[in-house]
Design a protein around this ligand. Structure first.
Ligand code: PXL
Length: 269
């Protein structure tokens, strides 16, 4: 089993590859990486961050991998810094995904109703096309609204309807990080029926929480769990990390303290 994570390196702020590597490794799975950019911090809440685009390096890496004949069973993409990088993930699917392998796209673009710095509507349109090629997509609620062309405030009144709309883009959409009262959870389809799975949480938004969920989901699938069990295990792990971080992490920009929850994740596998 080979997993490839295509995501950025944000040096501080526990997101992207900094969370995927430890989580997928804890699941007992080898995680190869294709870094998309190098940032001093993530872009959610920090200002003055550095950003180095690695598109040219990615092209060189793929050319080298071609000579090795390497194939991946799961390709998981997260933060992509440009439309060219979206195209490279399409190339990865065509040339490096093993027969029967799965492409999992977390369409990282925004949160709290807004696109992150550096993204615009053109990027959303291209990301929508990439989502059409994926086996699973893991948007948060904001990204689900942008992908489905739903007004964020209207959509918030009926997340099931937003999930339904995503069906025209991808067969297995999973909307993550939805807040309902004191709980946080996910909307997904099980046997064509809209389901939700929610657990008690704490208010507020931690950067990188979506990456923690996506990494645990990928790790679970890689160990052979079915997608519904993977959704539940990843939600248990992410909400436990959020509850712990509510008291342990003062500044939510620095991400989730998920490390001490890894033993529970491993036990659930
Ligand atoms: O966690 C999502 C994410 C990943 N990578 C970068 C980001 C963000 C969210 O802000 O800025 C660089």
């Amino acid at each position: 089993m080979r997993v490839l994570a295509v995501n950025d390196v944000s040096c501080i702020g526990k997101c992207s590859l900094s969370v995927t590597l430890p989580i997928v490794s804890a699941c007992g799975i080898t995680c190869d990486v294709l870094p998309t950019s190098l940032l001093s911090t993530h872009t959610g809440g920090f200002t003055g961050y550095t950003f180095r685009d690695l598109t040219e390096d990615m092209r060189g890496v793929l050319a080298h991998w071609k000579t090795l004949g390497v194939q991946f069973d799961i390709i998981y993409s997260g933060y992509l810094g440009s439309v060219e990088q979206i195209r490279l993930v399409e190339q990865l699917k065509n040339e490096f995904l093993a027969k029967g392998g799965k492409l999992i796209v977390d369409p990282v673009m925004g949160d709290s109703g807004k696109l992150y710095d550096r993204f615009d509507n053109d990027f959303v349109c291209h990301m929508r096309e990439l989502c059409k090629l994926a086996d699973y997509i893991l948007p948060n609620f904001t990204e689900a609204c942008f992908l489905s062309g739903t007004d964020y405030l209207l959509g918030s009144k009926n997340p099931a309807n937003v999930l339904e709309k995503l069906k025209s883009i991808n067969p297995c959409p999973i909307i993550t990080g939805v807040h309902e009262g004191d709980e946080i959870g996910v909307y997904y389809f099980e046997n064509e029926k809209c389901k939700k799975y929610f657990l008690p949480s704490t208010p507020g938004f931690f950067c990188g929480a979506g990456d923690v969920f996506a990494s645990a989901f990928v790790g679970c699938l890689a160990t052979g769990k079915d997608a519904f069990s993977a959704v539940k295990i990843a939600t248990d792990f992410t909400t436990a990390s959020i509850r712990r971080s509510a008291t342990e992490v003062e500044d939510k920009r620095f991400g989730l303290n998920f490390e001490k929850e890894l033993p529970q994740l491993i036990r659930a596998l």
